[in-house]
Ligand binder design. Structure first.
Ligand code: DAH
Length: 345
């Protein structure tokens, strides 16, 4: 028998049933594996073109509600009250637990920020400005402005966390592209390029291990002017990598897919000699980041004429670069609070 797909009218009843069942589960997060929820999500693709966006929205909202309830249950069990994640961090800490404030000279910059500062210095010397990304953003900046239609399966590649109000803990620093393009658009009329790098914290729904964290840093870059091509992109990245690793490095690009670039590419460098373990081909290249020429729709969303101007963008993980440079084997060291690790920087 061929299975009929769900439509938007089915969602409320199934949603109610899932919530009732979730309330009874010893592990409320188990509901996220429910067959009906998976089917609802899978059926986004089955909707007619005029229904897809609306259907996708209610189904994704339902998923976010179930995730939020699961997270709340975990907090409750741990005896924690829900926190306001947009508030300054210490306003969520009960008064009796607040640490006394130490002298500024007692502390130092976290190694990740020391390294980011060094990376920004390289880009400053190449003529870039820097803007910090946000730690809470909206659907428009996370997806719409980056040419992800509301029902596009590529959204699934950026599985992250959402507040019950639908705000998003950004899964990449590309969320800032639309903002910096608008902010620096006036440069173009003056015959100057838009050249901005954007460091920031990003969040993914990941199982944590030595090379994956749910919270990490990315460095993004955006460059727009007349007559920009892939050659400019490669030269910029290669210059940065050679500076950062203090040695000339070969690089290569290979095709990839991102909705916000056309063509989309992956940028790899020749593994620095000190990190080579053997001579195999797989050992010799390190894929470091995603990049490409900015998609015309992304320029249009920032009111930049894609016929007159073109640009490139890139974005990649910061910790990975630091780990390669210093031979750090486990990503979790960075946030472990282990002083013997941190003091080495
Ligand atoms: N945002 C992408 C990611 O996190 C990386 C990326 C790819 C950034 C292409 C870009 C780009 O700016 O043009 O997977």
């Amino acid at each position: 028998m061929t299975k009929m797909s769900y439509n938007i009218d089915d969602v409320p009843a199934i949603g109610q049933a899932l919530k009732r069942q979730q309330a009874k589960l010893p592990e409320p997060k188990e509901i996220l594996k429910d067959r009906r929820l998976k089917q609802l999500l899978a059926d986004i693709k089955q909707q007619s073109a005029d229904q897809r966006a609306a259907y996708g929205q209610v189904v994704n909202r339902l998923k976010a509600e179930l995730q939020a309830a699961a997270a709340a249950a975990i907090d409750e069990e741990a005896g924690l009250s829900p926190i306001d994640i947009t508030a300054p961090f210490d306003s969520n800490v009960p008064a009796q637990l607040k640490p006394s404030v130490g002298r500024a000279t007692d502390g130092s910059l976290h190694p990740i920020w020391q390294e980011i500062d060094g990376m920004l210095d390289i880009y400053y010397r190449m003529g870039f400005n820097a803007e910090l990304s946000r730690q809470l953003d909206d659907d428009y900046h996370m997806f719409e402005s980056l040419n992800f239609p509301s029902d596009h399966p590529a959204r699934d590649d950026y599985d992250t966390f959402m507040t019950p109000e639908g705000l998003i803990a950004p899964a990449h620093t590309s969320t800032m592209q639309n903002r910096v393009l608008k902010q620096y658009r006036a440069n173009l009329a003056k015959g100057q390029a838009i050249a901005v790098v954007i460091p920031g914290r990003v969040f993914r729904n990941e199982d944590v291990d030595a090379t994956h964290e749910h919270t990490f840093y990315q460095l993004e870059g955006v460059y727009v002017d007349q007559g920009i091509n892939v050659g400019h992109l490669i030269a910029t990245l290669q210059t940065f990598m050679s500076e950062y690793f203090h040695q000339p490095l070969k690089s290569k690009i290979q095709p990839f897919y991102f909705p916000f670039t056309e063509p989309s590419l992956e940028f790899a460098i020749e593994r620095p000699a000190m990190l080579k373990k053997d001579d195999s081909e797989a050992e010799s290249w390190l894929e470091l980041l995603g990049c490409g020429l900015i998609h015309p729709n992304v320029l249009k969303a920032a009111a930049i004429d894609p016929v007159k101007y073109s640009g490139f963008a890139w974005g990649g993980g910061v910790e990975r670069l630091i780990m390669l440079k210093y031979g750090i084997e486990d990503l979790r060291h960075f946030h472990s609070g282990k002083l013997d690790f941190l003091r080495q920087f």
